[in-house]
Design a protein around this ligand. Structure first.
Ligand SMILES: C[S@@+](CC[C@H](N)C(=O)[O-])C[C@H]1O[C@@H](n2cnc3c(N)ncnc32)[C@H](O)[C@@H]1O
Length: 235
């Protein structure tokens, strides 16, 4: 499965950015919501990890909104990270890159925020649960986890209908048929979970203030916070 996901992104890396806005018809609201959930002042210095950073599209938005943020882009497809390196080259040492599989854990450091966009749904459900727990461990107290991802419908009928409407909207946006075909090919590797399942796994991992703050058909944005330290431990 891992190999198949990596291969799908390696093959499509060059055309990935071109079709984004059409394949994610709610692109602006979706990414903007995820960005605005970062609870930092514009001038704040903080460390953020993006899991499945791909071509750096979301990390670039974070870097622009928060000019002093330090970013770590984590992805297991070198072809995607090559494009991210070109995109973020002007940021120099504000950015580091980790080429690895997040199913095996995040990284040794801790971060003020861990974010992800359209990546975690590639893991099986057991992997998502494990990853949420791992992310919790890699956050500083009061650190936030923001996950903008694809979700499954609550029943096969709900799922089918959401996918039909999503595809109709992508075509209304005049997505090129070859880009849609490439996306549908990649989506054969998708393993999305429902909103309810993911909220439960986030709470189970120890996150508080867990919420799905945005949903549009097959797209949703989740947030949760690692509690701060109190004298008695974590609160
Ligand atoms: C759809 S792209 C999203 C890229 C970017 N976050 C965005 O919003 O455009 C998904 C990315 O997740 C990466 N990915 C998927 N599963 C992964 C895993 N287990 N470990 C590391 N990267 C993974 C893929 O290589 C791909 O670059």
């Amino acid at each position: 499965m891992t190999q198949a996901v990596r291969k799908a992104f390696a093959t499509g890396a060059d055309g990935y950015d071109r079709a984004r806005r059409k394949l994610v018809p709610c692109f602006d609201e979706f990414y903007r919501t995820a960005l605005e959930l970062l609870p930092f002042e514009r001038a704040a210095r903080f460390e953020v990890l993006e899991l499945g950073a791909g071509t750096g599209l979301f990390s670039a938005m974070i870097a622009e909104a928060f000019p002093k943020a330090q970013l770590t882009l984590f992805d297991f497809t070198p072809e995607m990270l090559t494009i991210a390196r070109q995109r973020l080259k002007p940021l120099g040492r504000r950015v580091r890159y980790v080429s690895a599989d997040f199913a095996a854990g995040a990284t040794g450091r801790t971060y003020d925020a861990v974010v992800s966009a359209l990546a975690i749904h590639h893991l099986p459900d057991s992997g998502k649960r494990h990853l949420f727990a791992d992310i919790w461990k890699h956050l500083t107290p009061k650190g936030v986890f923001i996950n903008a991802d694809q979700v499954a419908g609550e029943s096969p009928a709900v799922d089918r209908r959401a996918r039909e409407v999503w595809m109709r909207r992508a075509r209304e946006m005049k997505v090129a048929e070859r880009d849609l075909a490439a996306a549908l090919e990649r989506m054969k590797q998708d393993l999305p979970a429902t909103v309810g399942q993911q909220l439960a796994w986030m709470r189970e991992a120890g996150f508080v203030d867990v919420a799905c703050v945005y949903r549009n058909l097959i797209f949703a944005v989740f947030s949760g916070t690692r509690p701060g330290l109190s004298q008695d431990g974590f609160r």
